[in-house]
Design a protein around this ligand. Structure first.
Ligand code: DC
Length: 223
């Protein structure tokens, strides 16, 4: 048996993970942020000092890069410990698009995601290719988007730092570069599935965007 999947895809800093976690809570489902696994592999690549996918994959298996439940969240562990803090560093963020473009690593991540789904009833998964490549039969597909400026503003606010129009411009440019790289790769590029509902969150409150997805998910799960 595999889970009923709610797929939430979209560009960097579109609020996918926090939205997906809130949607999962409302539905009594589990939540998995697939980008976290790409970040785990990137951390390993940076430590190895090269981008050889075979070596990265073997190191990931040797060191036990695995997914585990932490309450309703399914998160990566590395070396027996939660990897969350390590995988959010600036170094990992700068390199992750490059590592996520390597086809053998995408296959490895997809196998882990599908494996995780077998143990769930309802799984809310967020990423870039969940509705297009990993779970094309998802019960509901959502594509979340917002302007680069809106996403930059949210990301800077999340970091709790002071920011001005210059820092927003710099952050928006970095986000747009990561989107361009994720959208132009040959394997499973970032794109909206034709049957995904599009939600532009530029002018939506967090609660509104969660409520819309929960309503659509409840309807889809009844079908
Ligand atoms: O959501 P995030 O910023 O943590 O994702 C990190 C990177 O991983 C991002 O550059 C795109 C990539 N990614 C991907 O290619 N496919 C996914 N399903 C999830 C993330």
């Amino acid at each position: 048996m595999t889970a009923r999947v709610i797929a939430i895809d979209g560009p960097a800093a579109s609020g996918k993970s926090s939205t997906a976690a809130a949607v999962a809570r409302e539905l009594g489902a589990s939540h998995l942020d697939s980008g976290a696994l790409y970040r785990g592999l990137t951390l390993i690549a940076l430590e190895l000092g090269h981008d050889d996918p075979t070596e990265i994959r073997s190191a990931a298996e040797r060191r036990g890069l695995i997914l585990r439940h932490d309450g309703a969240e399914i998160v990566p562990f590395l070396d027996g410990r939660p990897a969350e803090n390590l995988i959010r560093s600036d170094g990992v963020t700068a390199a992750v698009s490059r590592i996520a473009a390597l086809a053998p690593l995408r296959e490895w991540v997809n196998a882990r995601l599908r494996e995780a789904a077998t143990a769930e009833r309802i799984l809310v998964l967020d990423g870039r290719d969940i509705g297009t490549a990993v779970f094309p039969d998802a019960s509901l597909k959502v594509f979340l988007t917002a302007t680069p400026e809106a996403r930059a503003r949210r990301r800077l606010a999340q970091r709790g730092e002071m920011f001005d129009s210059d820092s927003i411009r710099v952050e928006a440019t970095a986000l747009a570069a990561r989107d361009a790289s994720d959208a132009s790769r040959t394997v499973a590029p970032l794109r909206r599935a034709p049957d995904a509902i599009l939600i532009d969150t530029t002018n939506l409150s967090f609660k509104d965007q969660v409520d819309r997805i929960v309503a659509a998910a409840r309807k889809a799960l009844l079908a």
